[in-house]
Unconditional design. Sequence first.
Length: 215
Amino acid sequence: MVIENSSTNIAYRCPACGTLTVGFVGRFALSADMVRLRCHCGKSAADIKIGNDGKVRLSVPCIFCNQNHAYTVSQNIFFGRDLFLLNCPYSNMDICFIGKMEKIEKEAERTGAELERLMADLGAEEIGDMQPQELDPSDILPDAQVYDIVRFTLRELEEEGNIDCPCHAGSGYDIRYTDGGVQIFCPHCGASHDIKAMTESQAEDFATVDRLTLK
């Protein structure tokens, strides 16, 4: 697919002050250097750069677990989508919004309401009240590179229309960890596909598939 858009918008919610931090990313500027999107409070920042492989790599602050998460996406997805969401692998909640500004604002409003409900349910008066001070070793995810490879492969398959699902949603597919590896699932109908991917080499084996069927 040819990249038609030369720029996009990106936003995240600061884990320190809760403010939605929004920035503009140009493809040519990004090709020349890393872009750092810093919250006005000075306590968090998202980094975006293009790697040697031509893919966009992001490090995004997470409002739910108060640490940065790493993601890799193709330039077609990063610059070509009206709206693309990245979520926290621990909570499965959306933390980063990429795309057209009007789409980001609408999604940020929705997730902001979800955040308010979550804080009320937890009895949290401030953002920091719901964040873990540190993660227990048993809560640490398997190799982060596994998550990165599987997620990138999923987005490529989705972009190419090579995912079969009973509800034919066509987009919005997500992943979660299981005892045996990783599960790709459709949030609309619940169909899923389990992948044995506990190591980087197993995840790379999955990256060679050209079509995926959810059941």
